[in-house]
Design a protein around this ligand. Structure first.
Ligand code: DX5
Ligand code: ZN
Length: 221
């Protein structure tokens, strides 16, 4: 059985106190820190770039998981890697040359992930799945925190885990992002997810340790 990792998303943190917020999550038992980069084009919102990744890096030793919700991510992958992103996830929908971008990420020294929007079929990553460190199943339409979990994602995770097993890639991380809380964690973990992103469920509450523990105990139930 896989160890479940919890990756609080700083999208729901207090941006004016980002260093303290990240330390609080680390003290609370977070495994990774999830950083949502949005460009106002791929998604209708604007957030962080490489400078924010570099700033966060100064305050934590946890793995930095950069989720690029941006068009033409190949223009920024090297900058995110240089800034300290340990894992870089691009959207399949934003990459006509996905295989090339996956190898660009690896050559930049980071682990490579590909994300799929709720409507995007698994076939979009079928031919590159063996090359990936992580596949991210979006369980909301990306752009904002605090949205409602899309239940159809559970079966998508199950089918992705089957696909990974079929190609002999048992080590593929399957990450879920959107609407994850102690109420939804068990279903996605049972389906085969091992990395849970949680924004509002962690940073939207004052006691981050309790929030992370609640998700972790739900995930093992
Ligand atoms: C949404 C982002 C998420 C967001 C999740 O576009 O990719 O990482 O922070 O927020 P919650 O956990 O509140 O749904
Ligand atoms: Zn995200």
């Amino acid at each position: 059985t896989r160890t479940v990792k919890i990756a609080p998303s700083i999208l729901s943190a207090d941006f004016a106190r980002l260093g303290e917020e990240v330390k609080d999550a680390e003290r609370g038992g977070a495994d990774w820190i999830h950083i949502d980069a949005m460009d106002g084009r791929f998604v209708p919102n604007l957030t962080f770039g490489p400078l924010a990744v570099d700033a966060v890096k100064q305050h934590t030793s946890l793995l930095l998981d950069a989720h690029l919700m941006i068009v033409e991510p190949e223009k920024y992958v090297n900058d995110f890697a240089k800034a300290g992103a340990d894992l870089i996830t691009v959207h399949a929908e934003a990459c006509p040359h996905l295989h090339r971008v996956v190898y660009q990420i690896k050559e930049a020294g980071a682990q490579a992930g590909v994300a799929l929007n709720p409507h995007t079929p698994l076939s979009a990553i079928e031919e590159v799945i063996a090359d990936l460190d992580l596949a991210l199943i979006m369980t909301v339409n990306p752009g904002f925190g605090g949205q409602r979990f899309i239940e159809r994602g559970i079966d998508k995770v199950r089918r992705l885990r089957e696909l990974a097993d079929q190609v002999g890639h048992a080590k593929l991380h399957i990450e879920v992002d959107g609407g994850i809380s102690s109420a939804t964690a068990a279903s996605v973990v049972r389906a085969g997810a091992d990395v849970l992103v949680a924004g509002s469920a962690v940073f939207g509450t004052p006691d981050r340790k309790a929030a992370i523990e609640a998700i972790r105990s739900a995930a093992s139930s």
